[in-house]
Design a protein around this ligand. Structure first.
Ligand code: ADP
Ligand code: AMP
Length: 213
């Protein structure tokens, strides 16, 4: 199954992807994760994208489109894939369609996780990521907030550079202007599935699982 996870920053895409990729046995392809690891390694791609990410702006379409076109040639996508954070503009969606057409593939479902904008800032600024296993959590889920340890593996947690309140504002504007139109785009293609992302994490997972059956 070929799936797209759509929704504003902080909607819970990464959190849900961790469950759904296990369930569907497909690779989780997150453009944000790929960019962050390139920034960390100091690659040419990392140097190209860091400024945009730090400012809360979308990386130019051609950079992301090239990255995904390459990623979709890997053998692990034969059985399907889950895209998280891509596409983020109509241009990217059209380019994805062309790439998939050429491969004789199509998108089967677009899971649109809906969350009210008023709670996104609190979710994003409280987000913490494990340096060791990459799991995402929120400070509200940590029993001992001072300890700052991953509940999955005990690894050290860190805050993403772009998860500051100031950058979040810009990321939400970028979402509204460039990414939100994708909901209409995929609704017209009859592949859009809206999911209430304001429920408990396990209830969101349950709804996504049911929708993908
Ligand atoms: P995205 O990948 O869409 O940017 P994340 O999955 O990283 O979002 O989630 C953003 C933050 O919100 C994280 O700190 C996560 O723990 C928290 N979160 C995710 N889903 C929920 C939920 N259903 N209820 C409350 N908090 C959530
Ligand atoms: P994310 O991890 O999905 O929140 O993405 C973090 C940042 O990476 C975004 O704010 C953008 O700067 C960049 N990015 C990730 N995916 C894309 C994309 N599909 N198009 C443009 N920029 C992206």
């Amino acid at each position: 199954m070929n799936i797209i996870l759509l929704g504003p920053p902080g909607a819970g895409k990464g959190t849900q992807a961790a469950f759904i990729t296990q369930l569907k046995k497909v690779p989780h392809i997150s453009t944000g994760d790929i960019f962050r690891s390139n920034v960390k390694e100091g690659t040419a791609l990392g140097k190209k994208v860091q400024g945009y990410m730090d400012q809360g702006l979308l990386v130019p379409d051609e950079v992301v489109v090239e990255l995904i076109a390459d990623r979709l040639t890997w053998p692990d996508v034969q059985k399907g894939f889950m895209l998280d954070g891509f596409p983020r503009s109509i241009t990217q969606a059209k380019a994805l369609e062309e790439t998939l057409d050429a491969m004789g593939k199509k998108i089967d479902a677009v899971i649109n996780i809906e969350v009210d904008f008023s709670i996104l800032t609190e979710r994003i600024t409280g987000r913490r990521v494990c340096k060791n296993c990459g799991a995402t959590t929120h400070i509200k889920y940590l029993d001992d907030k001072a300890e700052n340890k991953c509940t999955e593996c005990g690894g050290e947690l860190y805050q993403r550079a772009d998860d500051s309140e100031e950058t979040v504002k810009k990321r939400l504007v970028e979402y509204e202007e460039k990414t939100h139109p994708l909901t209409e785009y995929y609704r017209e293609k009859n592949v859009l599935i809206n999911i209430d992302g304001q429920q408990d994490i396990k209830d969101v997972t349950h709804d996504i699982e049911s929708a993908l059956k």
